[in-house]
Design a protein around this ligand. Structure first.
Ligand code: ADP
Length: 262
């Protein structure tokens, strides 16, 4: 519970950091756009004196924006993956209390994880963040309350299904978070994975949740799918690659010190 709380606090700090950056960035764009507009006015009125004041204001804002993006890039590079054999069912059950508290009393949480789930090869810290993020999105989609369902199941994707549904072929644990919320219209679904895309008020959404989840799952060899119906709800599904236990065991044998000769 202690570790989960720390993780939640870390998430909050990350959210504040990125939210703050997005906000600063917006302010800089507003400053640039304002300077350009004034420049434009002056030029059209033929008042060409002292234009460099607006030019240097715009240039200063561009420089600050560039330094912000460098910081953001440096930050995202820190998020290196540490894939490990991970029991998704256990991870979900360990997160249940935190999710329930985060979702609030108006939301009923249902968790359905079968006991025979395959082990996945995934960064467990990133997966915890992803799950919490998906549940926060689900909560935000249900201001009057509703249901969140977290489900996991084993999925074997054959070549044909892979081709038709544009997912990789192979064995996956499918982890999905469903809500009974407002749903997403097609134009929101189309942009949902874009960094900084948000429909939430400034200060509430960073627009980074789904883009970070997408990046991490794709980098891990999986896929993310959104199904949504406006007015009914949304399901976000993560295809998490199965850990190939035998391959891992063979690797371990290969690096094990040779047995002493008789
Ligand atoms: P944020 O939550 O900070 O806005 P995300 O990248 O997590 O950033 O989500 C982007 C947008 O996708 C949200 O602003 C919202 O419009 C939409 N969205 C995400 N999850 C859901 C959901 N479960 N129900 C409805 N809309 C959603």
């Amino acid at each position: 519970a202690e570790a989960q709380l720390r993780q939640a606090q870390k998430m909050e700090a990350v959210g504040q950091l990125t939210g703050g950056l997005a906000h600063d960035f917006n302010n800089l764009l507003t400053a640039i756009s304002g300077s350009l507009e004034l420049l434009d006015q002056r030029v059209r009125q033929g008042r060409l004196g002292a234009l460099d004041r607006y030019m240097s204001a715009a240039r200063g804002a561009v420089d600050r924006a560039a330094s912000l993006t460098h910081r953001l890039l440096a930050f995202s590079r820190q998020q290196t993956l540490d894939p490990r054999p991970t029991d998704v069912g256990r991870l979900v059950r360990d997160m249940e209390d935190l999710v329930r508290r985060t979702a609030g009393p108006a939301v009923a949480l249902v968790v359905d994880t079968p006991p025979d789930l395959w082990t996945t090869l995934i960064d467990p810290n990133q997966l915890e963040s992803a799950l919490l993020n998906l549940c926060i999105n689900a909560r935000d989609a249900m201001p009057q309350g509703g249901h969140i369902t977290i489900e996991a199941s084993n999925r074997e994707i054959d070549e044909e299904t892979a081709h038709v549904q544009d997912i990789p072929a192979g064995q996956f644990v499918l982890l999905s978070v469903s809500d009974t919320g407002v749903g997403m219209p097609p134009d929101v679904i189309a942009r949902a994975f874009d960094p900084f895309f948000t429909t939430k008020p400034i200060g509430q959404g960073t627009g980074l949740g789904l883009s970070m989840i997408y990046g991490f799952v794709r980098q891990s060899g999986g896929q993310v799918r959104i199904r949504s119906e406006v007015g009914h709800g949304t399901t976000v599904s993560l295809y998490l690659p199965r850990h190939d236990g035998e391959e891992r065991a063979a690797e371990m044998l290969a690096i094990a010190p040779a047995a002493p000769r008789a």
